[in-house]
Design a protein around this ligand. Structure first.
Ligand code: SF4
Ligand code: SF4
Length: 153
């Protein structure tokens, strides 16, 4: 590159707006699909622990007993594996980066206690399931009895 061209470029850049921004004070716009941070819909989470097992950096911790889902955003590399592998669709990749900090820290979400309606719905589903199992066992017993009777004739 000739020195004239280089000089012209240097002069032009002196009066141009910088390409960089003063992050985090200034932010660029966040395009759709930006891999910013992981969000959890804790109400839908079943505490199965799959996201913890699949996370390649160990950024997620699921404590089923305590009903907590924890992420260390400084360890997350935004690979999206947890979003892909959660069978209950409770994880999403949202725009917006973790703000810089001088020390790593985690964010914890706690599963809320089920409401009376949710408990009633759960009991109803369990009763339905038990009735289906009972009916299937009775049908099986009846088939076996009929088969034995047929053998005896
Ligand atoms: S995989 Fe989904 S349902 Fe299972 S613990 Fe993680 S967020 Fe919860
Ligand atoms: S996006 Fe990747 S690194 Fe981040 S929490 Fe999910 S699995 Fe772990």
């Amino acid at each position: 590159m000739g020195s004239f061209k280089l000089g012209r470029m240097t002069l032009r850049s002196l009066f141009k707006k910088p390409e960089t921004v003063l992050y985090p004070v200034e932010k660029r716009y966040e395009p759709e699909g930006l891999k910013g941070h992981i969000a959890v819909d804790i109400k839908k989470c079943t505490m199965c622990g799959v996201c913890q097992k699949r996370c390649p950096t160990g950024a997620i911790t699921v404590d089923k007993e305590a009903g907590t889902w924890t992420i260390n955003r400084f360890d997350c590399i935004q690979c999206r594996t947890c979003v892909r592998d959660c069978a209950f669709d409770c994880l999403t990749m949202e725009p917006g980066y973790q703000k810089p900090a001088t020390e790593k820290f985690s964010a914890t979400e706690t599963k809320p206690e089920p409401t009376d309606e949710e408990l009633a719905e759960k009991a109803r589903k369990e009763a339905e399931k038990a009735a289906r199992v009972k009916a299937a066992l009775e049908a099986k017993a009846a088939r076996e009895k009929a088969a034995k009777e047929a053998e005896g004739q």
